[in-house]
Write a protein that binds this ligand. Structure first.
Ligand code: PHE
Length: 449
């Protein structure tokens, strides 16, 4: 058995887990999905999903990972009874990671493009930034779209190939507090814009008539995407956890911190959306058309804008490192390839597979499957099908195969913590409540029933 690197301090564990969770999901996806699905009522359903589905899946993954101390496929394989294919959870995770990377790199590409455009505007701008026009020009130009996606792929691939991700992750973690503060500053500016109160109303006054199973499926998918669960990333992270780490407490902290970042992003975006008369349901472009207007209305806004997109790029890079590592590690461990070969092959495949997503506002705009273009299809398949299905299997596996006694032992750190009450409740959740919830939402949301 090889010696495995592990996290060395309790706070380090929390920050590293947070490093995978926080990313474009908070800053870009959370606001636009909340905007598209009715605002406050969606937010409420999302929070419910995070508690009833997200936390149980996350705790299961981390406990299992820490117990076996191996990659996701090996974890489920080694705990499953002979002949049962639970390792497929890990295989499905590799597919999910691949699908997510294929569109995530495109959005990260927009962020990088905005850094350079914002810097340019510092020098030649007449003070006016038209976020909408800037976004349309970017995504409707196939050359720019592809260029930025490949730029990101090569950038992240380079980090993974050099094996320096750990060092970079350290930097990511250190810069995150600055992003946090910046989001608060933007939020304050946004909230004090004339007409901003409508945005807060949208975000905090629920209208339950807007909820149906499709909306619930979206909220649940976002919970999976946000916490990086249902696909093996957290199982792998769990394998680096210390044996004396309080797992339920750590996951709760990570979840609350992650939710706080999303809420700050929502508070930065929605008041501005209403103050400037944008469309809350604009979709994936929402952040990119709204935020420049907020900066436009701020003293030194141009400088803040550069800083904002740099920090968003940093957060996205942290999340992408944890994503890309999934298929690369798979290639290395199961094909026996070198790290360099694994990375190059994965990045090239992602470039080919991601290209139609990058071009989905230009050349491939008319190619749709079930009414979804490539970009939306990859997103939908990963967040709304594969990750929930993975989460369902992980709960059933933890509750019924690994079992009550093993959970109790693992959660209490072999008796060191008094977690009996939590572990009984948790076992009930992963055996019955969470799997049934996921299944009903999947079947109803996908209109299978
Ligand atoms: N949680 C990340 C985000 O919100 C995305 C992610 C999903 C990362 C799955 C790793 C695994 O941006």
């Amino acid at each position: 058995m090889q010696h495995r690197d592990g996290f060395t301090s309790s706070i380090g564990v929390t920050l590293a887990t947070l490093g995978s969770a926080v990313g474009l999901g908070n800053i870009w996806k959370f606001p636009y999905m909340t905007g598209m699905n009715g605002g406050a009522s969606f937010l409420l359903v999302y929070i419910l999903c995070t508690f009833l589905v997200g936390l149980p899946v996350m705790i299961s993954e981390i406990l299992i990972g820490r117990h076996v101390k191996a990659n996701a496929i090996t974890c489920y394989k080694s705990l499953s009874p002979k002949g049962q294919p639970w390792f497929l959870i890990g295989v499905a995770g590799v597919v999910s990671a691949f699908l997510i990377m294929a569109f995530y790199t495109e959005v990260a590409g927009w962020v990088f493009a905005y850094i350079f455009k914002s810097i340019g505007l510092l020098f030649v701008g007449n003070g006016k930034v038209d976020g909408g026009a800037m976004f349309t020009t970017l995504v409707s130009d196939p050359v720019q779209s592809l260029f930025w996606q490949w730029f990101v792929l090569i950038f992240v691939g380079g980090i993974i190939m050099l094996g320096v991700s750990k060092g970079i992750e350290g930097t990511v973690k250190r810069l995150m507090p600055i992003l946090f503060v910046l989001l608060i500053i933007i939020g304050v500016r946004s909230m004090t814009l004339p007409g901003a109160s409508k945005g807060l109303e949208f975000l905090f006054t629920p209208d339950f008539s807007k909820i149906d199973f499709t909306v619930v499926l979206m909220a649940m998918g976002l919970a999976f995407f946000k916490l990086s669960i249902g696909m093996g990333t957290m199982t792998t992270y769990g394998s680096y956890y210390r044996d004396d780490q309080n797992v339920p407490l750590t996951t709760l902290r990570v979840m609350l911190a992650d939710l706080t970042v999303s809420m700050l992003a929502g508070i930065a975006v929605f008041p501005a959306v209403f103050a400037f008369g944008f469309e809350p349901g604009a979709g994936p472009s929402l952040l990119f058309i709204t935020i420049p207007s907020v900066f436009d209305s701020m003293p030194m806004g141009g400088v803040f804008q550069v800083l904002f997109f740099v920090l968003t790029a940093v957060a996205a890079t942290g999340a992408m490192l944890s994503l890309l590592e999934v298929p690369v590690a798979f290639a290395i461990e199961s094909m026996g390839w070198s790290r360099a070969k694994g990375t190059v092959v994965t990045v090239v495949l992602l470039g080919l597979f991601g290209a139609p997503a990058a071009l989905s506002s230009s050349l491939t705009a008319d190619v749709t499957f079930f009414g979804l273009n490539f970009f939306d299809l990859y997103d939908f398949l990963s967040s709304n099908v594969l990750m929930p299905a993975g989460g369902l299997c992980i709960c059933l596996f933890a509750g019924w195969i690994w079992g009550k006694a093993a959970i109790r032992k693992a959660m209490s750190n072999h008796g060191a913590l008094n977690t009996d009450a939590i572990s009984s409740m948790f076992t009930m959740l992963v055996r019955f409540v969470t799997p049934v919830l996921i299944l009903v939402v999947l079947l109803k949301g996908l209109k299978i029933f």
